[in-house]
Design a protein around this ligand. Sequence first.
Ligand code: PEP
Ligand code: MG
Length: 585
Amino acid sequence: MGLRLKGVAAANGIAIAPLVHFHGDLTFIPMRNLAPEEIAGEKDRLAEALGQAAEVIFQLRRELASDLSDHDTRIYDAQLSFLNDQTFRADLERTIQDRSCNAEVALQQVIARYEKVFEGMEDAAMRERAADLRDVGRQLLSVLLEKDRSVYISDGKDYIFAADEFLPSDAGLVDRKHLKGIVTARGGKYSHGAILARSLGIPAVVAVDDVLQRVGNGTQVVLDGDSGALIVEPDPEETERYQRLELEQAEAERRVFEVRFLSSTTPDGVGVRLLANVEAARDLGRIESGIVEGIGLFRTEFAFMERRQFPNEDEQLAMYRKAIEWADGKIVTFRTLDVGGDKPLAYFRTPEERNPVLGWRGLRISLDWPDLFYTQVRALLRASAGGHARILLPMVTSVEEVARSRAVLEEIKADLAQAGEPHDPDIELGAMVEVPALVDVLDEVLPLVDFLSVGTNDLVQYLLAVDRDNPRIAQMYTPYHPGVIRVLRRIAEKAISHGKPVSICGEIAGDHYFTPILVGLGYRELSMAPVFLPRVKLMVRAFPLSECEDMASRALALGHAREIRALARDKAAQGWSTFLEGADS
Ligand code: PEP
Ligand code: MG
């Protein structure tokens, strides 16, 4: 039997393939003191790595040329110029010589020195070069460590991505055609890497302690995204068992998939609007527009994170228009920039914080940086002329923040009206409920907004004081906690009493176990990664409102997360068998 490592199940499904190591940063590198006779060899090793890294970047530039703008292609040229720069090379060689250290350590030191110089420059374009330099460092490091992803890209073989974490920028970099699974040492079920894996429909297990140290590069594994297990070098029987399971799952998925175009209505006619969460305009191409009633959460920051600099107003406008055109009259809910915390922007360095998740993030940054906020709101308003856009504010903490945001929106609307720029003057403004204290001021917030959207990923983290990214306490992070259910009830009651729509856009909206409870609590709009939509729809269609309300009352009366989860699981199983019986009869 293969060695079984335990992690946290983050995205359903089975994957069987070799594991490939990816190194995302320059922090974890081997350190060696060289004997004098080893120095010349180390310099040769460096020269070879410089040549190879240049070849990788050159190939990448060629492969991506048709997908990239001229500006982005130039980034690769800038990276190539670093690799060919004689001063850079001489500095690296000198560091190897003077410190008797290996090339990886020299690389780390020289890059840190250069970075400081670039970041201290007045000219923004020069400062930007620090990010290019870091990326060059990453590539060189992967060549030196012989953990080069390009081998797998060009080989065209299936693989399982293994790294400390799965970053949003990785989604654009990895060879997605052959990516069968994701395993990471860090993160939790609700961290952004996991969310991304689910929206890409790729099985994932996170929080596997020291996975890169314990499982060698290229080792065959089975990744079980349902139980959170990673089986290293499985024996033939295990492989066969999982292959069978994979086929069964594919068959179940095929059957669930059949419901996707049916209406999302309970048997007694209560409609529950199902919307999609998307991270980038390119995700839209993979969504069948007929199965969703719009976009409930467009996380605009992901597009910012994949770039090398802030997109200007026109670039943003083009991106938002794409989504609005795709939606063809349906709702598109754009969340304003939610960076900071666990979503840093490489080119927007914020001061080091002891508790970034409780720090300068989301709307707090937008309100402190009016240029940023104004540009985004203007672009959104201009895009709104072409369809039905809504603006959603992330990480709202107080009534004042909502009032200030509303004032900005009104001011920009007035400017645009005066300039004769087309826009939707009635664009709806919404607040995310993620900060627990906001729940107690909803009577004051609701008159200022048109809708609410509950971000349960953060709300749960703040309610339970459990970091959603911390693998050590990942098992404690549970939305089934009675405290969470009761707060969800209060939020729905408040919105209903003010006659304002309320949706859920956190991951529980896509957890079909939760569906009857959420409907019973009063939620009529759920936004999720599109892969979950058929299963959630199946649950909406399975139970009349009275049964959902009964489920909600029972969940509200229970005192333990495990009891609520068991209740939800049993109900989901009932919904599933009703569906199968209906389908077979
Ligand atoms: C949330 O917190 O539930 C949410 C939807 O936002 P994010 O996951 O991007 O923090
Ligand atoms: Mg959030």
